[in-house]
Design a protein around this ligand. Structure first.
Ligand SMILES: Cc1cc2nc3c(=O)[nH]c(=O)nc-3n(C[C@H](O)[C@H](O)[C@H](O)COP(=O)(O)O)c2cc1C
Length: 204
C-alpha cells in the first residue's frame, strides 16, 4: 500500500511533481490530505489554517492565468537550459505553466487572522510560519497516497486579485497553491546538497 511507506522514505522521495493527469481525485483522499495538514503545529495552537479546494474549471483557469502572468513578469522567456537536469526542470515548469488549469485540484493554503493584517505583516515570515508546517504535511501525505503535488507561490503573487478570485475576506490571506492529482511521470528521490555543506556545529 502506498500509504504504508515509512516516513523517511516519503520525505526523501517527495519531489516536486508538476506534470499531473487530468483524472479526478476522490473527495475522501482530498479530505485525508487536509486532515494530515491540519495535524501540523500552529503558533499558540491557533489552528488558523484555512483551505480552499478548487475543482471548478473556470476558477482553475483564473488561477492558471495569474500564474502565467506572474511567471512572465518574474522570468520572461528564459533561454533554453543546456544542462540536462536543468532542461528537464525547465520542461516540467513549462508544462505546469501551460497546463495548470488541467490539473484536477488546486488546494490553496490560507491563514485566518482575527483582524485583517497589514499587508507587510501578512507577507512576513512570522505570520506565514503557521501555514508552512501544514503545507509540508500535505505534500508528504500526497506522496504517501500516490498523488503528485508541488508547493507554488507565483499564482498568488498578485495577492489582491488572487483574494478576489477565491472570494477571501480581508482577514484571510493565501500563502501557497498546491496543484494535486495523479502524476504523469514516476516518483523519485530528491537531490540535495550534502548536509556537511549546510550545518555548523555550536556556532557559524
Ligand atoms: C515557498 C515555495 C514556493 C514555490 N513556488 C513555486 C512556484 O511558484 N512555481 C513552481 O513551479 N514551483 C514552486 N516551488 C517548488 C520548488 O521550485 C521546488 O520545491 C524545488 O525546486 C525543489 O524541487 P524538488 O523537490 O523536485 O527537488 C516552490 C517551493 C517553495 C518551498
Amino acid at each position: 500500500m502506498a500509504d504504508e511507506l515509512g516516513i523517511f522514505e516519503v520525505m526523501f522521495n517527495c519531489r516536486a511533481m508538476r506534470r499531473i493527469k487530468p483524472d479526478a481525485v476522490p473527495e475522501d483522499l482530498l479530505r485525508r490530505l487536509i486532515e494530515a495538514a491540519h495535524q501540523a503545529p500552529t503558533a499558540s495552537n491557533g489552528q488558523n489554517t484555512r483551505w480552499i479546494i478548487v475543482r471548478d474549471a473556470e476558477q482553475k483557469m483564473k488561477l492558471a492565468d495569474l500564474n502565467r502572468e506572474a511567471r512572465r513578469v518574474a522570468y520572461g522567456s528564459p533561454a533554453p537550459a543546456t544542462d540536462p537536469a536543468m532542461a528537464r526542470r525547465q520542461a516540467a515548469s513549462k508544462w505546469h505553466t501551460d497546463n495548470l488549469q488541467e490539473v484536477p485540484v488546486h488546494i490553496i493554503a490560507c491563514l485566518e487572522f482575527e483582524t485583517p493584517p497589514l499587508d507587510t505583516f501578512a507577507r512576513g515570515v512570522g505570520t506565514g510560519g503557521s501555514v508552512w508546517p501544514a503545507v509540508q504535511n500535505l505534500l508528504l501525505a500526497a506522496r504517501a497516497l500516490g498523488l503528485g503535488a508541488v508547493p507554488t507561490t507565483l499564482p498568488l503573487a498578485d495577492r489582491p486579485t488572487a483574494k478576489e478570485v477565491l472570494g477571501l475576506p480581508e482577514n484571510v490571506e493565501p500563502y501557497c497553491l498546491i496543484p494535486v492529482g495523479y502524476p504523469m511521470g514516476n516518483f523519485g528521490p530528491v537531490t540535495r546538497r550534502p548536509i556537511d555543506e549546510i550545518v555548523r556545529w555550536d556556532r557559524w
